[in-house]
Design a protein. Structure first.
Length: 172
């Protein structure tokens, strides 16, 4: 399990009821962490992160620090349009400061679930590209306001596997 930092750890503990022992913090260096996972022969990697960081993965941005690339609203607006939203809704998203604000607009417009699904498909695409088929890479995205937003196709299975492994290791 890989998480950028405290938000991901808190979400793992509180919402997913998962043990943190053995989890790795990657900060903004998602791509480099995935590269190292391959170099060290990992078979599976489950990334758990806040939408504000992980929406960037949908555009192949693997260093999530805003100094290198932001694009959060652009990514969300494009996916909303791909899901049928109009120019007005996309413009409202572009004016947002936080991803939670953008999620509110998507919900108001009736595009939240479909847009999140589209974003997760692209996150999955870029994780698979970065891992080059050497290992399974999956992601879970959440927001502090809304909780779990979604997962890539194999993430739930990896999360359950992680929980079973940590329970066995701790004697639970």
């Amino acid at each position: 399990v890989i998480t950028p930092g405290n938000y991901g750890e808190d979400f793992m503990k509180e919402a997913l009821h998962a043990d943190l022992s053995g989890a790795v913090k990657c900060s903004n260096f998602v791509g480099e962490t995935l590269d190292m996972a391959g170099e060290f022969g990992f078979q599976k990697a489950l990334l758990i992160g806040h939408i504000g960081k992980f929406v960037k993965l949908a555009a192949g941005i693997m260093n999530t620090h805003s100094r290198y690339a932001d694009g959060r609203m652009e990514i969300m607006a494009v996916h909303a349009v791909l899901c049928g939203a109009d120019r007005t809704l996309a413009a409202r998203i572009m004016d947002c400061i936080t991803t939670d604000d953008a999620l509110d607009i998507l919900e108001e417009g009736g595009f939240l679930a479909e847009t999140l699904s589209s974003i997760l498909k692209k996150i999955d695409f870029h994780l698979k590209a970065r891992s080059r088929g050497e290992y399974q890479a999956e992601a879970v995205i959440f927001s502090n306001k809304r909780g779990l937003l979604g997962m890539t196709p194999g993430a739930a299975e990896l999360l359950e596997e992680w929980k079973r492994g940590s329970e066995g290791a701790s004697g639970k």
